[in-house]
Design a protein around this ligand. Structure first.
Ligand code: GCU
Length: 734
């Protein structure tokens, strides 16, 4: 409320916080805004150091006191309370926005709802004031909308400071400690709140020795970070090491069933909440890629997670227990072990055993954040467990923020995947579907449908429907101390779309991209906007075309995962293989002759994936080993598809480069350096040496073209040499 009041007052507007029980209206907090064409575009506090992607700009308008008399208060929210999903782990985050005679009123029961309503109006800009009178109620699909940072306090010898970070160093830590100046974190918090994020884990899931001490010695400093997030409705979580009772507590064991271990964790939790009253809880990567866990003591994941859950439960805390568990020391000769099965094999049998405050956090696919994977069957396999979906905003396997890849479409596809079957999925998108949210309702009518409330449009069997009911959505952040926040300035579109999709998983990802473009480049000429869309609209599909084909995945350089290496993982212990030989390619994951993975899905998906005749083309090689001459649904052979997509992918990147070259000279000055100068931030954030946005994008696009060309030539050459089948169009293959 304080933030909204400050932002509103700065523009001569009104904000009213009313005491509960005054009985005038049904909301506690009211913000009124009226359009004022004379007003300049205001920028709400706190000052940002962002150069672009300043998602939180206010509309061209200013608040007014005119309508203060129509508002009042009474604790109880703004709509029917029994279905307010935003309050499952915090306050009621919903808000109601109404427009009458060109004045806009936002009402909410809690601070957070008002803040989201404020950003809603800011996002709409002048459009908020146009059109007929309306009343809308908005609520998030889930109360848990989270970003995980894989930041280390110290600079790690192999991974650098931010594991899989492509945007510079950490915004939280520098010089081996929590930063003294957290102004960047304050700006980040505002940025995230404007998209709907309400939880952040600040440190890497691989918890090294230095980072483990965030839970003990550093708590007062973690509290400072929490204080920077708090005004924006964001709670802080920590990744913790399962071995902490030994490494930090000096105990001889971390056995979750040992009373001394449980007591150590209870004390640790008590100290954390004493220091940070709204602390969120723990994120745990256990028995995964060398991290310690309960297996060492013959215990299972439920034993481990529940012990931690008991420690945080008195404080209302959550344990996010990651399901990314597999054997990373397997023998490539052993064809019966399938990494894709691992999370399901480990976790599905434990369904029903996890405590109420444990959330099992499941990566979207069964492997590891590839550009294309089937949706993880684990999400549907644990109906008696709270499950969160884990996405990756940081572009580890999708071009490392050197390549322009807008991931909104991928996430939308995942969120709307329906375990009940593809027909159900299609029905959702039909124009006359019941699931289509209505956009407005009669003014003043409380009985009106909860329009624009996405929780009412999610099929219970879709990924979004399942996780919205239980564990929410989590993703690995892509932000760092880079002057553009995300390395590639266009990667901000991913941060934006991710937040918006956590609020409303039914949102159209193309419309979210439009929003981001309009908010980030508000003064851009039509040709600049056109260029942005040329580059970003189908950038996910483009990346897929020039990298690994038909869902087979990996083929990246081991270790850093950038650039092509078709056999890079083929004979390693990591369990990621394509099995290409002279006759064919792909992994047989069928029940009939393969690893049985296809059978982990409910029907009709199990049968659809089981047969190459019904398996979708884009996942064919994930589920089947087929000859190069196998004919896809598209009518092409597998080998010709590989050649065609790789040539086409590079041509598309060439068109991106050309599109940017045409407009880069006409980009408006974004004014960020001036803004930073005004608030004395220019030196601190290095804006003095800034590279202009146009140049930064051009430099990244040049690298994208180089890399895509390398991918094309290596992949095409590899499969030409393996198969001996020439390209039917006779193009150059080496
Ligand atoms: C990937 C990534 C690792 C990360 C891991 C995880 O494997 O390459 O850096 O630690 O995912 O999600 O835990």
């Amino acid at each position: 409320a304080a933030e909204v009041a400050a932002a509103t007052a700065a523009h001569g507007g009104s904000f009213t916080r009313l005491e509960s029980g005054s009985g005038v209206s049904d909301a506690d907090l009211v913000l009124t805004l009226t359009e004022d064409d004379d007003a300049d575009l205001p920028s709400p506090p706190p000052p940002t150091t962002s150069r672009a992607g300043d998602h939180a700009n206010l509309p061209r308008g200013r608040a007014s006191t005119e309508r203060n008399d129509v508002v009042g208060a009474q604790r109880g929210g703004v709509g029917a309370q029994d279905d307010v999903v935003g309050e499952q782990d915090g306050g009621d985050e919903s808000f109601r926005v109404s427009r009458e005679d060109g004045a806009v009123v936002v009402e909410a029961a809690c601070d957070q709802g008002l803040l989201y309503g404020f950003f809603h109006v800011a996002r709409l800009g002048e459009a908020a004031f146009d059109g007929p009178d309306l009343v809308e109620r908005h609520a998030p699909a889930s109360g848990l909308r989270m970003l995980d940072h894989w930041d280390n306090v110290a600079v790690h010898a192999v991974m650098g400071q931010v594991e899989r970070g492509y945007a510079g160093g950490s915004i939280f830590f520098a010089d081996g400690k929590v930063r003294a100046d957290l102004s960047r974190v304050e700006a980040y918090a505002r940025l995230l709140a404007s998209t709907g994020i309400n939880r952040v884990a600040i440190n890497n899931v691989n918890v090294h020795a230095r980072e483990a001490r965030l839970l003990t010695d550093d708590l007062p400093h973690v509290a400072r970070i929490a204080a920077a997030f708090r005004p924006w409705g964001i709670r802080v979580h920590l990744s913790v090491s399962f071995a902490a009772p030994m490494t930090l507590g000096g105990l001889g064991t971390s056995d979750p069933l040992d009373p001394a271990v449980a007591s150590w964790w209870r004390d640790a939790a008590d100290r954390a909440w004493a220091e940070i009253p709204d602390f969120g809880g723990f994120v745990v990567k256990a028995d995964s890629e060398g991290q310690p866990g309960p297996f060492a003591y013959g215990r299972d994941h439920a034993d481990g997670a529940n012990m931690l859950a008991a420690a945080v439960a008195p404080h209302g805390g959550i344990v996010h227990w990651r399901a990314f568990v597999y054997d990373h020391r397997q023998d490539w000769r052993d064809r019966s072990t399938d990494r894709a099965r691992a999370a399901h094999d480990h976790f599905a049998p434990l369904d029903g055993r996890f405590a109420e405050n444990v959330i099992v956090q499941v990566k979207y696919g069964p492997m590891d954040f590839q550009v294309r994977e089937p949706v993880s069957p684990v999400i549907a396999a644990m109906p008696d467990t709270r499950v969160a979906l884990e996405l990756q905003v940081t572009q580890e396997y999708t071009g490392q923020q050197k390549h322009a890849v807008y991931l909104g479409r991928q996430w939308s596809e995942i969120l709307n995947f329906d375990f009940a079957g593809p027909d159900r999925d299609d029905a959702r998108h039909a124009p006359d579907s019941d699931a289509t949210p209505k956009s407005d309702a009669a003014p003043g009518s409380d009985a009106a449908p909860n329009s624009a409330d996405p929780s009412h449009a999610l099929p219970p069997t879709s990924v979004a429907g399942i996780v919205a009911r239980s564990g929410g959505i989590v993703a690995v952040s892509n932000a760092g101390d880079d002057e553009f926040w995300t390395g590639h300035p266009f990667a901000q579109a991913n941060l934006y779309a991710y937040g918006r999709l956590t609020w409303d998983p039914t949102a159209d990802p193309d419309a979210l991209l439009d929003e981001w473009v309009a908010l980030t480049f508000p003064d851009a000429a039509a040709d600049v906007v056109h260029a942005l869309h040329t580059i970003l609209d189908e950038s996910w599909e483009t990346y897929e075309r020039y990298t690994s084909p038909l869902g087979v995945g990996f083929m990246v350089r081991p270790g850093h995962h950038y650039g092509p290496d078709v056999d890079g993982y083929e004979y390693t212990p990591w369990g990621t293989y394509h099995f290409a030989d002279r006759d064919g390619i792909g992994v047989d994951r069928t029940v009939a002759t393969g690893t049985g993975y296809a059978g982990l899905y409910p029907e009709p998906w199990a049968s659809l994936y089981e047969s190459p005749a019904t398996c979708p083309d884009e996942l064919l090689l994930f589920f089947h080993h087929v000859p190069y001459t196998h004919v896809l649904h598209s009518g092409k052979t597998v080998i010709q598809h590989i050649y065609d997509t790789h040539f086409d992918g590079v041509e598309r990147v060439e068109s991106f480069v050309a599109a940017w070259d045409r407009v880069r000279g006409s980009l408006p000055d974004d004014g960020a350096a001036d803004r930073a100068d005004r608030v004395g931030l220019a030196d601190r954030v290095g804006l003095a040496d800034r590279v202009g946005l146009a140049d930064r994008v051009a430099e990244r696009l040049a690298e994208q073209l180089r890399s895509a060309t390398e991918w094309r030539d290596q992949v095409n050459t590899y499969f030409y040499r393996k198969s001996g089948v020439p390209d039917e169009r006779g193009r150059t293959i080496y």
